[in-house]
Design a protein around this ligand. Structure first.
Ligand code: ATP
Ligand code: MG
Length: 363
């Protein structure tokens, strides 16, 4: 049996509280399905490490975690002590770039027992599973290039410039991932988001590459929307989407909006993937370190557990992934005295909910 080596980085705030529940669920799945998992814990990428060392990561961080099969990440950021741009750019965003994690993947799925904040136009609620989409965001270039600068700083002639960078290689590889994903799903539907009427050079290029790739996937139904109207559609008819692909900035927006359409941020997972597996991929919940509730043991651990399921899937263990997801759904669907954290309307602790899910996985 191959043992997968997992680098565990819990980070800050509630990352430290939800991570043990993620590990508990993973251990239950590993023992049920006979999967070898080795967890190596790292104490960097958090405020206490920064306080001791004046940087978020050790100089040899790439050597320390670069040969692992995956990185299981909690949350980074402690704005009271360290500005977000330092904590983020000094850790997570370096992982993304250096490990070429060019796909950011997030599901937005309505789970049973969760009340969606949205209603159909006729006022009826969506049923579990009716909202079920994957947001695929380009994660390494686009609008988040650091190309640009300032001139005449502080004067009335001040000029600020930041470029969008799209390479054929960079656009095609994320589109290929999205088309493959769409092809593997029952609806085989892919939606691309751009803004080609306003951003008239890079966005039409993205559209062109979508059209070129669509010819290689004749079974996939493709549509394209401008980002503004697509955001409106997400809210008004979120059940009409399957796989949605977008550039770095637009994907960033959609991948927060998508999960928000399905309920609490506490359940949403995400993956930063290097699909060729030349470098480790990173799996993290969508939520941040949530300083407002940190230290109280009430954070919802489902986002952390669900991204652990995505990690198992990526490592080739689809059945274990399905069992974990099923366990989350079973616990959420069971009414009565089922443990629910406050964001789900209950009074259970992080550990109560985590234990209940791990028990179902192991059963
Ligand atoms: P980031 O800076 O990482 O994007 P953020 O600081 O904008 O994140 P979060 O830390 O995710 O935001 O917190 C946003 C809100 O959601 C907070 O009120 C927080 O308490 C709540 N929240 C986040 N995660 C959870 C969770 N797992 N369980 C319950 N509530 C959560
Ligand atoms: Mg934050």
């Amino acid at each position: 049996m191959k043992t997968h080596r997992i680098a565990v980085v819990a980070g800050d705030g509630i990352g430290l509280e939800v991570m043990p529940e993620g590990l508990r669920a993973l251990e239950a799945a590993a023992s049920r399905f006979g999967i070898g998992l080795q967890f190596d814990h790292f104490d960097f990428a958090c405020w206490p490490y920064y306080e001791r060392h004046g940087q978020m990561l050790p100089d040899d961080w790439k050597e320390q975690i670069g040969s692992h099969d995956a990185i299981y990440f909690g949350a980074v950021g402690w704005p009271e002590k360290i500005p977000d741009h330092i904590s983020l750019w000094g850790s997570l965003l370096r992982f993304r770039r250096e490990f070429d994690q060019y796909v950011n993947l997030r599901p937005a799925r309505l789970l049973p027992g969760m009340s969606a904040p949205l209603r159909r136009r006729d006022g009826t609620p969506y049923a579990p599973g009716e909202i079920d989409m994957w947001i695929v965001r380009e994660n390494t270039e686009g609008e988040y290039s650091s190309v640009g600068g300032r001139m005449f700083e502080g004067s009335e002639r001040e000029i600020v410039l930041q470029e969008t960078v799209m390479s054929r290689h960079g656009v095609d590889r994320v589109l290929r991932f999205a088309f493959e994903l769409a092809q593997s799903r029952p609806k085989q539907h892919l939606t691309s988001a751009t803004k080609s009427n306003g951003i008239a050079i890079t966005m039409p290029y993205w559209d062109e590459r979508v059209a070129a790739m669509a010819r290689q996937y004749p079974g996939v139904h493709v549509d394209q929307f401008h980002i503004d109207i697509l955001c409106a559609h997400f809210v008004q008819r979120p059940d009409c989407f399957d796989v949605v692909v977008a550039s770095n900035l637009f994907g960033d927006i959609l991948s927060d909006l998508g999960p928000a359409c399905t309920g609490t941020i506490g359940v949403a997972p995400s993956a930063n993937l290097n699909p060729e597996r030349r470098h480790p991929s990173l799996f993290e919940p969508v939520h941040g370190s949530a300083p407002d509730i940190a230290g109280r043991g009430i954070a919802n651990p489902i986002g952390q557990i669900w991204c652990g399921a995505m990690m198992l899937d990526f490592l080739g263990h689809r059945k274990a992934h399905d069992a974990l997801l099923q366990a989350i759904e079973t616990v959420l669907a069971s009414g009565g005295d089922a443990p629910r954290t406050p964001d789900l309307g209950g009074r259970a602790s992080t550990a109560d909910l985590g234990r209940a899910i791990a028990e179902v996985v192991g059963a």
